[in-house]
Design a protein around this ligand. Structure first.
Ligand code: ASP
Length: 456
């Protein structure tokens, strides 16, 4: 179908464009990259906050003008800008994601198998994340409820809604109401149905499909623009946190990072490799060694889209995976399969719930697995979008979105790591599906091992 062909090219072009937009400024000599600026904002904000907390006596200037005024206004302003992106970004991205999914039918078994693998690995990733977060308990010891008094009211209102009403409430009676209220589950449902229908109607609705695809590009561009303000936003958010709670914020944030990184490592080096061995019998060590340069590239750009060409090429030349399969599954994966992002979201849910003293029920965990899997479909393969779609995961179980401010400051490094996992997940699923289709040249895959042994 035309649209999908276009979509595929858009995805790779997007990737290149995004990559250009993301990396060009980073490559200019003498100019600091956005990542470095965010790190500087983070460190400077933490130092500023600590100095305010321990060295400046409380009073009107410190409490009202600096902490409650400048830091609060700029920090919240940045969060509001990110929230502004949520509904249109998730809506457009999900419509486009669902259009690609709807299209998988046309690709027969490859499409369906890929889709099943993508969804299952994402759900598995969230389970790993929730398990790890509950083991490390990153948010315990951080009393955010006293800094932000929004938590209790939010949970109370959530608990008052019965289970059947919660389920029924997923179906919008008026989608415009749902959009205006930012009811993410309603928006997701409507967007998925719309996307699948657009794919089904094919050329008859080419203009509308193109409209959503272009809106998606616009929203990605807007996200990149907002992210340019991240260094200042991060400075103010982290500054206010440390000015209010001092050193006690260090350990929980460190534990949060460790929990995310361990869960990412488990998913990447254990879960994926077991799946690869089980389904293909191929050697996971060779896979990791050959794919490592692509992971490093994803890590440095924090952009799944930009790795599409390199990923397809590496899979073909170093691992014998047919381009016939990968040229479909890799762009699809960069659009809808974000296991690393889902892991960050799973850990973030537990972290923020603990920090705000909110008890999560088994139903909450089940909702998180569902919404984070959908959020993964709705996450565009560019930097920081995972944080934006995290809002919808928080909303689904009534966690305060203010909690995102806590982790925003340290998100960049995690974004880099999770992007590497996102694209590794795409590559592993692609290799498995290609192997099922008899589209992996094992000789090519194993040659690198022989070459390696020869060198020894
Ligand atoms: N940066 C991620 C990616 O491109 C998306 C995210 O989690 O923000 O895959």
């Amino acid at each position: 179908m035309n649209w999908f062909k276009k979509k595929k090219t858009t995805a790779s072009t997007d990737g290149d464009e995004t990559d250009e937009k993301v990396s060009t400024p980073e490559n200019k000599k003498g100019k600091l990259s956005l990542t470095s600026k965010i790190f500087i904002g983070l460190i400077a904000g933490a130092i500023f906050g600590i100095v305010l907390n321990y060295c400046v006596p409380g009073g009107y200037v410190k409490d009202t003008i600096i902490v409650g005024g400048v830091l609060y206004i700029i920090g919240q302003g940045f969060i509001r800008l990110m929230q502004m992106l949520v509904v249109p970004l998730v809506f457009c991205s999900l419509v486009c994601g669902a259009m690609s999914i709807g299209d998988t039918k046309k690709l027969g078994t490859v499409g369906v198998r890929t889709l099943i693998f993508y969804l299952c690995t994402t759900a598995l990733a969230i389970v790993v994340a929730l398990f790890m977060a509950n083991l490390i308990n990153p948010g315990i010891g951080l009393d955010m409820a006293s800094v932000n008094k929004v938590a209790s009211t939010t949970t109370e209102s959530i608990q008052k809604t019965s289970m059947s009403d919660t389920l029924l409430n997923i179906i919008p009676t008026n989608i415009f109401n749902g959009l205006a209220e930012g009811n993410m589950l309603q928006i997701i449902l409507f967007a998925l149905i719309l996307g699948v229908i657009l794919a089904k109607l094919g050329d008859r609705v080419d203009v509308v499909a193109k409209f959503f695809s272009q809106c998606n590009d616009i929203m990605m561009e807007m996200t990149l623009m907002v992210m340019k303000l991240a260094p200042i936003g991060v400075f103010c958010l982290i500054g206010k946190t440390f000015a209010t709670i001092g050193f006690s914020a260090f350990v929980p944030l460190g534990k949060y990072m460790v929990a995310v990184l361990i869960a990412l490592a488990i998913q990447c080096f254990i879960v994926y490799q077991i799946l690869l061995k089980l389904f293909t019998g191929l050697n996971p060590i060779i896979f990791i060694r050959n794919f490592f340069p692509v992971m490093a590239f994803a890590f440095s750009t924090a952009t799944s889209n930009s790795t599409i060409p390199l990923s397809i090429d590496t899979l073909a030349t170093k691992m014998g995976v047919s381009r016939r399969v990968s040229s479909f599954t890799i762009p699809l994966g960069a659009t809808i399969n974000m296991d690393g992002t889902a892991i960050m979201q799973g850990v973030a849910v537990v972290f923020v719930a603990q920090a705000f003293g909110i008890h999560l029920t088994p139903m909450d965990y089940a909702t998180v697995i569902g919404t984070a899997t959908l959020a993964s479909i709705g996450t565009a393969g560019i930097p920081s979008v995972g944080l934006i779609t995290l809002t919808m995961v928080f909303n689904s179980i009534g966690l305060p979105v203010e909690g995102i401010a806590l982790i925003m400051g340290i998100d960049r490094i995690l974004d880099m790591a999770r992007t590497a996992v996102n694209i590794t997940g795409d590559a592993v699923c692609t290799t498995i599906v290609a192997n099922m289709e008899g589209a992996v040249d094992r000789e090519v895959f194993n040659t690198s091992l022989i070459e390696h042994n020869d060198k020894l």
